[in-house]
Each structure stands twice: as structure tokens, then as C-alpha cells.
Design a protein around this ligand. Sequence first.
Ligand SMILES: [Mg+2]
Length: 287
Amino acid sequence: MSKQYKSKFKRRSILGALLAGGASLPLYANNPTSRDYVNTDAESNSLLWAVAWKETSAEYGALCHQAFNLARLKVDQELNRKSKSKKPLAIITDMDNTIIHATSYWGHIINQNKEFFDDSIWDEWVPKNLIKAIPGSKRFFDYCYDNDVEVFYVTNRDQGAKTFDYALSQLNYLDLPFADKEHLTVYRESSNKMPTKNQINQSHKLILMLGDNLNDYKRDYYIKNVSQRYEVMERDKDEYGDKFILIPNPTDGHWVRAMFGTSEPEPSQENLMLLKEYATRSAWDGE
Ligand SMILES: [Mg+2]
């Protein structure tokens, strides 16, 4: 039975409150076509909203700062413990979309009229270092460095024999601490990062993990089923913000795999229809 909350405040119409505050109403009434809009524009691309949000919104930046500020609180909590750990302190972080901003890649994908992740373009893009740091990331990792908390970078990429060098070069390009061979692990064949987690857990006191994909935290999230993946997330709800801190990523990841069965679905009309099916699965029927 759901909990019943009693209103502590006098009821007031939301519309009335907005108007009293000087807000104006949207102009749908004066623009009859806006509500009947059907997109037939050939330039349309299913990635536009997600990439524009990441590229422009202060809200995205604020969410990232929020995540790294919380991470800093966790580090402070550990540093302020009376009983100090005998093991050195450490955090583990993913790279792509956790510290590496990839909007120049996604913008290029859109300009190529592509709507799906393109592996060959990604492999071309990576060595170019057309990257910037995710907001708040460098500040947080520098804080770790200043407080003797080791940062271990773990990524899953494959650009051939130079994969490791490219990844290390990006850490150096962003001027991040601990950018060295001892603190970077690159998985070329698998997205399972748990062996590194287990290894660091033995040699260090692991304070926290950071990533944009729940699979960065636990392999349990490597599930090809949207509902089951969501259930596992609910099971772990108390661990978010405590053991794992998530950076928002609306363009790619294993949430895509849960829908399509693969993280890199084929570009096809059929897959766009499937995307629409998921986007509208709880849609109001208009009645
Ligand atoms: Mg990532």
C-alpha cells in the first residue's frame, strides 16, 4: 500500500501561481501547426536531442559537477576516518564519457547523416585527441592526487596495437594525474572490467568507482533485457553515490545493448522503429 502524504501547504493552482509570478503561457494557441507537427525533414537525426543536450546544456555540466562533488565528499569521508587504512587508498574510473567528452565524435556522426555509433569513425577519431575533459573530472582527480588517493583508469577500447598508447596519450592530453602504465588498464577484447576491480581491491582500499555505464561497476549489468537490467539497478539503489558514481550519457552504453541486443546496432530503418517503440512504450494514448 502506498504511503499517503498529507499536504502541509494550502492548495494553489500551478497555472495561477505561474501567471501570478509573471510567467507567460506557451504560444500553442497562436500556432496551430506546432501541435500537429510531423517530422518529414531529411536532415532529422535521432541523435540530435541527446547530443545537443550534452553539447550545450548547463544542466549536463551541473550533473557532472554534482557527481564529482559527491565523489570528493566520499574521498573526504575516507580521509577523515580516525582509523586509517593500512592499504593505500584508490578509486577506479572509466574513461570514455566519464572523463573524456566525446561530443566532437557525435557531432561528426550527425554531420555524416548517421544515427548510430560507427566503429570505424570512432577508431579514426580516437588518435586525433579531439577531446575535452568532462566538467569537474580534472578538478576531482587532482584532488585525489593532492591527497594521496591513487586513480586507476580502466577502459574498454580497441584501436589495434596502439590502443594502449592512444588511451595514455588522451590522459596526458587532458593533463590528468596518474597518467602512467601502472594506473591504466585497457581491455581490448572484453568489456568486463571486474578483474581490475578485484585486483585493486586486494592491493588497495577501494573507496569508489566512477563510470557512465553500470557495467563499469558490476558485470551484473551486462544484460540484454531492459526490464531485468532495471531491476538489478533497483536492487543496488543504496550503492549509487556511495560505492559507484554515475556520469550521465544519453548517446551510448549497455543501456543501448539492452534494447537492441548489441551496443552498436546496425543503422537501419528497422532499428529506428525499435528505438521509437521503446521511446513510446508508456505513451499517453491521447484519450
Ligand atoms: Mg564509458
